[in-house]
Design a binder for this molecule. Sequence first.
Ligand SMILES: Cc1ncc(COP(=O)(O)O)c(C=O)c1O
Length: 433
Amino acid sequence: MSSSSPHDRLSSITSHIMGSSNPSVFTAATVAAAPEDPLFGLMKAYREDPSDKKVDLGIGAYRDNNAKPWILPVVKKADNAIHNDPNLNHEYLSIGGLADFTSAAQKLIVGADSAAIKDKRICSLQTISGTGAVHLGGLFLSKFHPQKPTIYLSNPTWANHNQIFTNVNLPIAKYPYFHASTKGLDFEGMMQTLTTAPEGSIILLHACAHNPTGVDPTQDQWKQIAAVMRARSHFPFFDTAYQGFASGDLARDAWAIRYFVEQGFELCVAQSFAKNFGLYGERTGAFHFVSAPGPDAAASSANIASQLAILQRSEISNPPAYGARIASRVLNDPVLFAEWEDDLRTMSGRILEMRAGLRERLEKRGTPGDWSHITSQIGMFSFTGLTEAQVLTLREKWHVYMTKNGRISMAGLNTHNIDYFAEAVDSVVRGSA
Ligand SMILES: Cc1ncc(COP(=O)(O)O)c(C=O)c1O
């Protein structure tokens, strides 16, 4: 029997335990290093490049003609009004978000006179921007779709789609989208896959200004896409991140979604206000679920809303207020709304000018290749067709930063750097960089 006191024994055990450490569960072997996010890695490399010639064509955020972020004048106005509003506080929003915001967001995307609104068969929740909306939709489909079907993504697509749908365990497949030689839509390939995909598949569709290609179906092609999706009972999942930003016309950029709703599809929409309000960091977005018309539609919609609220509660509890307050002020005030439309035309107009200017410069130089896709593509991005090797040369020798798939953010071009960029492209295409 030991003669030491209980106190001594306890300190001996404690020192024994504290002196040695438990083997770690999360060793470097268990948790491998993740690759850096390519886009954010690119941003970092750009920031660290000391060259005064550097050009940032990577990130999908609007820049003015001086390559500076642009606060929309109408957003500044709404922001001032909010600061001076004595009735505002920092309380939580409800789980579904700011009701004035979600109802206005709903009208904006399906149209104020949509039958889905009149029939009370659309439910909407405010989300953490478009990413949060895509995630909430994916999570809902993964949990509630009785067949848990495959979700088909365009090839290529916004890279985060793959990560988000993988995280919610939805099986993923691709449909052809970009035609490398025409640099336009591979409509035949797309239709072929939509026809042969298992009945009832989920099809993710970019509503306008496809990221990363800038290639959209025509209205006639959308009608054919809808027809095949109807015949095959596919479920449309629309992602809309560029309404009004693409063409400068809010209704035109929402045309495909409104058409599908009119055709009586059951569908969902992930809506971002990052680009069209310049509210990138404020994480302002909405998720909408439209039930198919029918006697039970309103009841199903109410049930769906209740389940979405449970999912939202467990993930973010309730969404952030600031960006939604700004968007809500603008969307619900006819005068501010008209000013917003002017701001949208300013952004989309400058981008269209850059598209025309770049094409004209490359054609004037006789840069080998056909550059008509620069103006036929639409929105923030252009898929230039430059190869990965050319992209690398542009970065190393010319300090021009773009994603390695050859995508450029048109908003990164301006009257000060467009000549330099055209010269750089001309040089790498000729292989003489
Ligand atoms: C196609 C697409 N979907 C969704 C988003 C989501 O963006 P955010 O989460 O910033 O609203 C983006 C942004 O680049 C996008 O291009």
